[in-house]
Design a protein around this ligand. Structure first.
Ligand code: ADP
Ligand code: MG
Length: 298
């Protein structure tokens, strides 16, 4: 269902580049119910937004079903978002219409795509445990109930993939358990692939598979690239900041036009400010400070 290879996402603001995903690999089979866990800032939302077609990837491969999200056109992206993926956020207020009933809310996206299936809308509301409340207006429902309506809405156009970003982030434990149970039911009944992003480790036991993400990499890749760093260190510090001696393997992302970001500590350590010398010996690329090599680059 999902295949990411070397997925890179760089956010550019005026004078800053943030590499949110640093060459991430991830494969998710059709019909899986899985979770992605990681600390705040580790790139979870970026990954989900990229998979959901809300953010464009910067480089690498990202395929969802038959779609290649790196090459997809704007028109296809609209279709992709409408037909292939469903999205659930922590706070879904923006998707819900308070003056309509729960049922009308679920039927709304169906109406927009031209085929209202009332029986299916009712079935979805039953699966999320709102059979008795489907004729209530949204504002008459509790926060947890509204979140369940949002889950039903996300499935109204029968997506193949359901992406949930911290879906239990703002509800109590009981509601959280209920929502996880609903995901399991939907996964079983519809065969929909579900990817849940969370920083809550306790949810991990409630899905079939968990992938940890740290600094924009899944943890196996993180360990592979940073063998000297334990995963239980907790902090999301760049490995390059942890002493330079002996550490030659840091992650460097090369974007589509060939630019790479070298950790600042490395540059400072050998005194590179704004210019560097680059040598290619057929196997390695060596970046050095111009003055060390005679400075004819000045
Ligand atoms: N739109 C954006 N512009 C610039 N930086 C961003 C943007 N979105 C996310 N980031 C940065 O990317 C990194 C990963 O963020 P995010 O994916 O939201 O992490 P998580 O969801 O795991 O908390 C963070 O350093 C964050 O500041
Ligand atoms: Mg997030």
């Amino acid at each position: 269902m999902i295949h990411c290879e070397g997925l890179v996402k760089i956010f550019k603001t005026d004078d800053l580049e943030v590499v949110a995903l640093q060459g991430l690999n991830l494969t998710v089979e059709e019909g899986e119910l899985m979770a992605i866990i990681g600390n705040s800032g580790s790139g979870k939302s970026t990954l989900l937004n990229t998979l959901g077609g809300l953010d464009r990837p910067s480089a690498g491969q990202v395929k969802v079903g038959p779609w290649d999200l790196l090459k997809i056109s704007e028109e296809e992206l609209v279709q992709y978002k409408r037909e292939t993926v469903g999205f659930i956020w922590q706070n879904n207020a923006r998707n819900l219409l308070p003056y309509l009933t729960a049922l009308e809310n679920v039927e709304m996206p169906m109406m927009l795509s031209g085929k209202v299936d009332r029986d299916y809308a009712k079935q979805l509301l039953e699966w999320v445990g709102l059979k008795e409340r489907m004729l209530n207006k949204l504002h008459q429902l509790s926060g947890g109930e509204q979140q369940r309506v949002a889950i039903a809405i996300s499935l109204s156009n029968r997506p193949k993939l359901l992406l949930a970003d911290e879906p239990t982030g703002s509800v109590d434990t009981a509601t959280s358990d209920l929502i996880m149970g609903i995901f399991r039911t939907l996964n079983r009944e519809l065969g929909v692939t579900i990817v849940i992003v969370t920083h809550d480790m306790t949810l991990a036991s409630k899905v079939d598979r968990v992938v940890a993400i740290r600094d924009g990499l899944t943890s196996t890749e993180f360990i592979k690239r940073n063998p000297n760093i334990g995963l239980d260190g907790g902090d999301a510090e760049l490995p390059s900041a942890k002493g330079l001696s002996g550490v030659h393997e840091a992650y460097v992302v090369v974007d589509r036009v060939g630019r790479l970001q070298v950790p600042k500590e490395y540059l400072t350590a050998i005194g590179i400010k704004d210019k560097a010398t680059m040598e290619f010996d057929g196997e390695r690329i060596i970046i050095s400070s111009p003055k060390l090599l005679g400075g004819n680059d000045k």
